[in-house]
Design a protein around this ligand. Structure first.
Ligand code: HEM
Length: 280
């Protein structure tokens, strides 16, 4: 007898806030980041500043990147993606309007593909806030005993997970293999929300920056072994920017693993049913 299983799920209560965070940042890729986050008063780690101008890297990007690529082919699809992806994971919505789910699925999958292609294109064109040496190991100038990879390298390593799960999502849907489609769709969704988790981690580093600002400045710079110059601050913030990416990928792996465990755990052992109301 085959036993019923939990189903993998990208919970709307998790992905809706993540979409909201990413949507805000995507809008800022058009409007710019307000100066409260990068002005001269902004403490160390409370921004991600450019080493020469001191402005937030997004503002620098808006001034210097090809906007058809950065805004037109990346930030704009990100807005569409953030608005439409959560709809794919609301069970009632999907069951009520299957035709919408199908059409929306094509739009979201195309957006996912465009985001990755243009994302890697930007990396190729050096439109990315990353260390010049792709294999550099960040460690806050030796403050931490371990190192972590650059923003660029960690994004490249993430690519196969993102693209393979996208391919399987589309293929299983077209083959009408809905149990597998659900698994791959959730896996792809998590792999793509890793990008939002990166921005959430980045915001957390900004909160740390504001907390550190409560301490005497000399003590903080002493512990960090940092000079109070723009380029030193920008370099330390590049370290935390890369760290946010790595943290996000670990969070996404944990999230996917958690969902996968749920999906493979047996639920209905005859005579030992646990809280049956919770299971599908
Ligand atoms: C494999 C997939 C992806 C890659 C390789 C990628 C890569 C990049 C790169 C290199 C940048 C420029 C960062 C900079 O200015 O230094 C960027 C910016 C951006 N990405 Fe992606 N991206 C991917 C997927 C996504 C997804 C799924 C979303 C949202 C749903 C997204 C939303 C954005 C937004 C809003 C920006 C501009 C604002 C910002 O940097 O925060 N990206 N991306």
């Amino acid at each position: 007898m085959s036993l019923p299983k939990h189903q993998m799920q990208a919970s709307p209560s998790l992905i809706l806030p993540l979409s909201a965070v990413m949507l805000t940042l995507a809008i800022m890729a058009f409007t710019g980041v307000p100066s409260i986050i990068w002005g001269s008063h902004s403490p160390i780690f409370a921004s991600t500043r450019h080493p020469i101008t001191g402005e937030h890297f997004v503002n620098w990007r808006i001034r210097t990147a090809p906007l058809w690529l950065y805004q037109g082919l990346h930030a704009a699809p990100a807005i569409i993606w953030c608005l439409l992806m959560p709809l794919q994971h609301i069970d009632d919505f999907r069951q009520r309007w299957p035709a919408f789910h199908r059409q929306n699925g094509y739009i979201v999958s195309c957006s996912s593909l465009i985001l990755s292609l243009t994302g890697y294109w930007m990396i190729g064109k050096k439109v990315a806030h990353t260390h010049v040496n792709i294999f550099h190991l960040h460690n806050l100038s030796g403050l931490l005993p371990f190192g972590w990879p650059t923003f660029e390298l960690s994004l490249i390593c993430w690519g196969p997970v993102y693209l393979y799960s996208l391919l399987r999502t589309v293929r299983t849907a077209r083959a009408g293999n809905f149990p597998m489609h659900r698994r791959w769709a959730v896996t792809h969704t998590i792999s793509a929300y890793a990008i939002s988790l990166e921005r959430v981690s980045l915001v957390l580093t900004y909160v740390v920056g504001w907390v550190l600002a409560l301490l005497p400045k000399e003590a903080v710079y002493g512990i960090l072994n940092l000079e109070d110059t723009m380029s030193a601050k920008a370099s330390a913030e590049l370290d935390t920017f890369a760290l946010a990416n790595v943290m996000a990928f670990f969070m996404a792996i944990y999230w996917a693993f958690y969902e996968w465990r749920k999906a493979t755990s047996l639920v209905a052992v005859p005579g030992h049913l646990k809280a049956p109301g919770k299971y599908e």
